[in-house]
Ligand binder design. Structure first.
Ligand code: PLP
Length: 372
């Protein structure tokens, strides 16, 4: 076997993630690797933390970048906060809500599922009714931006309801962070996780997470140890703490953290509100063009994610053939449907660095050609 270097093509990534990574972020990745306990690297980690606090709009001291993908961020929230026997209300309106349910049950806890329609936001009234019937519930978990359907839920309203019933909130912001309004402190989100590869347009494999004091207190007061050594945040806290007593926990993905730092600097320079607005504006452009092609959205207009456009595949069109055509002729990736929408939908991402006018124009022209 004569195996050579792997040279991938230059694609335009308009699927559900990863999104396009800018040359600026890729070049940060190629900087010299230094030791992960090198004082210069430690200083950079402090900056990553401050930049993540900005991105999440939080003052939470425990705000870090977990060395693992979004699914590990999800798992970190559940394994640290939930103990066997606890009851957790999980709002399920897509694939990632279901993944939350699996996290809860695998922990020996009880998932009380609020089953909402796929392709719609989580219904706050259904959450309220469920909580009224389940005084034993300790947590409410939901996905802010359901990537499997393209629906955006009202995180602020859901957190308000959860707190009325004395529940802590666990929020999935993998696709929402940087792409739509998200205010961790103002909305009272207790634990949140995201991913590097969506609207931050960094390389995949890192999960920003943030816990407020109430969530940290739950971890500190646990009587049952966290079942996962790697994800036990009481051990990771010392690694990320800024008090000069940083100690080895695991070897951080040094170069990926350079890349995350760079992508967060780019977000800070653009400004969060400007980033949210850019996503909204380009979504409106894309929606206008798709309408012109006779392509219909799955999600009602006021519940749509600008960064993930889920649309019905037109009658009689071969799903895979079109996606393969876009890849082969335009180097353009769009996403297939997932779960209930497998084979029925396309998911067109406009996340982070991908969310540029030229990509909207490319996607519309390529789709028009493919559907001829
Ligand atoms: N949650 C949501 C809403 C997601 O979209 C994803 C990934 O697409 C995940 C969790 C899991 O993230 P990862 O694939 O980085 O493990």
């Amino acid at each position: 076997m004569n195996i050579q270097s792997f040279i991938p093509p230059q694609r335009t990534l308009m699927g559900p993630g990863p999104s396009d990574v800018s040359a600026r972020v890729l070049s940060a990745l190629a900087r010299p690797t230094i030791g992960h306990l090198d004082p210069l690297f430690v200083g950079m980690m402090d900056e990553v933390k401050a930049l993540l606090q900005y991105a999440f709009q939080t003052k939470n001291e425990f705000t870090i970048a977990l060395s693992a993908p979004g699914s590990a961020g999800m798992e970190a929230c559940f394994v640290n906060l939930v103990s066997p026997g606890d009851s957790v209300v999980v709002c399920r309106n897509g694939v990632f809500g279901q993944r939350m349910v699996e996290n809860v049950t695998r922990l020996g806890a009880t998932a009380i599922v609020v089953d909402c329609e796929w392709g719609r936001a989580v219904d706050p009234q259904m959450l309220e009714q469920t909580l009224a019937h389940h005084p034993e519930a300790k947590f409410v978990a939901f996905v802010h931006a359901e990537t499997s359907t393209g629906a955006l839920s009202d995180a602020k309203a859901l957190c308000e309801i959860a707190h009325k019933f004395d529940c802590l909130t666990i929020v999935d912001a993998v696709t929402s962070l940087g792409g739509v309004e998200l205010k961790v402190d103002e909305w009272g989100i207790d634990a949140i996780y995201s991913g590097s590869q969506k609207c931050l347009s960094c390389v995949p494999g890192i999960s920003p997470i943030s816990f407020n004091d109430k969530a940290v207190a739950v971890i500190k007061n646990r009587t049952v140890p966290v079942q996962s050594w790697f994800l036990d945040q009481s051990l990771v806290m010392a690694y990320w703490s800024g008090e000069g007593k940083r100690s080895y926990h695991h070897t951080a993905p040094v170069n990926s953290l350079y890349a995350l730092h760079e992508s967060l600097v780019m977000l800070k320079n653009e400004g969060l509100e400007n980033s949210w607005e850019r996503h909204a504006t380009l979504h409106a452009e894309l929606a206008k063009g798709l309408k012109g092609l006779g392509i219909e959205f799955i999600v009602p207009e006021n519940e749509r994610l600008p960064q993930l456009n889920s649309v019905f595949i037109p009658e009689g069109v071969d799903d895979a053939a079109v996606r393969n055509y876009l890849l082969a002729h335009y180097n353009l990736e769009i996403g297939a449907g997932l779960g209930q929408f497998a084979g029925k939908a396309w998911r067109i991402g406009l996340m982070g660095f991908t969310a540029r006018y030229e990509n909207v124009a490319l996607c519309l022209a390529a789709l028009e050609d493919a559907l001829k």
